[in-house]
Write a protein that binds this ligand. Sequence first.
Ligand SMILES: Nc1ncnc2c1ncn2[C@@H]1O[C@H](COP(=O)(O)OP(=O)(O)O)[C@@H](O)[C@H]1O
Ligand SMILES: [Mg+2]
Length: 340
Amino acid sequence: MTAHVVEDTQPRREQAAAGDLLIETRNLTKRYGARIVAVDNLNLNVRRGEVYGFLGPNGAGKTTTLRMLLGLIRPTSGTARVLDLEPGVPAGLARVGALVESPAFYPYLSGRDNLRVLARYCGAGDAQITDALARVELSDRAKDKFKIYSLGMKQRLGVAGALLKNPDLLILDEPTNGLDPQGIAEMRTLIRAIGQGTRTVMLSSHLLGEVEQICDRVGVIQSGRLVAEGTLAELRGPGGLLVRAEPLDDAWQAVQNLPDVTGARIVDGAIQLATNPANAAAINRALVQAGLAVSELRPSTNSLEQVFFELTEGASAQQTPGAPQGAAIQQQGAGTGVRQ
Ligand SMILES: Nc1ncnc2c1ncn2[C@@H]1O[C@H](COP(=O)(O)OP(=O)(O)O)[C@@H](O)[C@H]1O
Ligand SMILES: [Mg+2]
């Protein structure tokens, strides 16, 4: 997706220079057997220092992609570079922390002792263990056995484990899945804090609201394909004009012939036009001349829900049965009519 919008409503850190890519995939593809294309010619660009949201419905190919980036599975075709290295080489893994699927810890060891086990692999000392526990707010519970931790605490210990080697890149696969609202809020705050400064975070999620809260840039994956990549402002697009005119069907016919309008759809009984808002007067005149009663005409911004609904439309057919309802991106935008 191209970048036309520079303004963004969320506070942003200065963007890393484009071209300084920490993760770069070119036509990355993973097939399972003859029929399943889990990841389909993916071209991702994750820049140094950003918190990148990898957004897509269940089954879109997020975990498969992250596993390829970590060298846990091999691509069928295409390439990936992580920290300018082949995925999975020891020099790269030393600088990448990851939490993909539930962390494997020893149930009868304390949180601290579990981190000691991990620290041995990456050469971290006691001070780093203490720091990591403080970072994820587990200092008070460090002596408790892992098995009595809540799910949120287990996930946070997983993040602490990933932080032990002070990684340049942290890869987190749906770290809030299954957590209660408080656990979700704590994890989101933690990820934002970890993403400050020069560290790069790649976070996968099926929740638009989550990446909206946490991320600098977003890549949207749908059926293994990258359907958009950019800041949320870029994805939202330049907006347009909202027109309310009666009768609606006649108004709909009239806008089809307007010059300088690149698209139109009906949203809650009004017509959303993709056009420069400066065309408002000309459009008003054209509609009035066509005998329509125009009751409202104003600049509008696209809702992210609508944009994502359109980007990931058709996802519901592939949705995992029993997946949580109501918050997943493919279900947003309900109540909005779209006419071609
Ligand atoms: N080992 C596997 N064998 C066969 N199909 C797989 C395997 N792993 C994943 N898939 C399929 O690949 C697609 C993408 O899965 P996944 O990467 O787990 O999606 P996401 O993490 O976005 O929910 C799904 O259709 C899934 O069933
Ligand atoms: Mg997954």
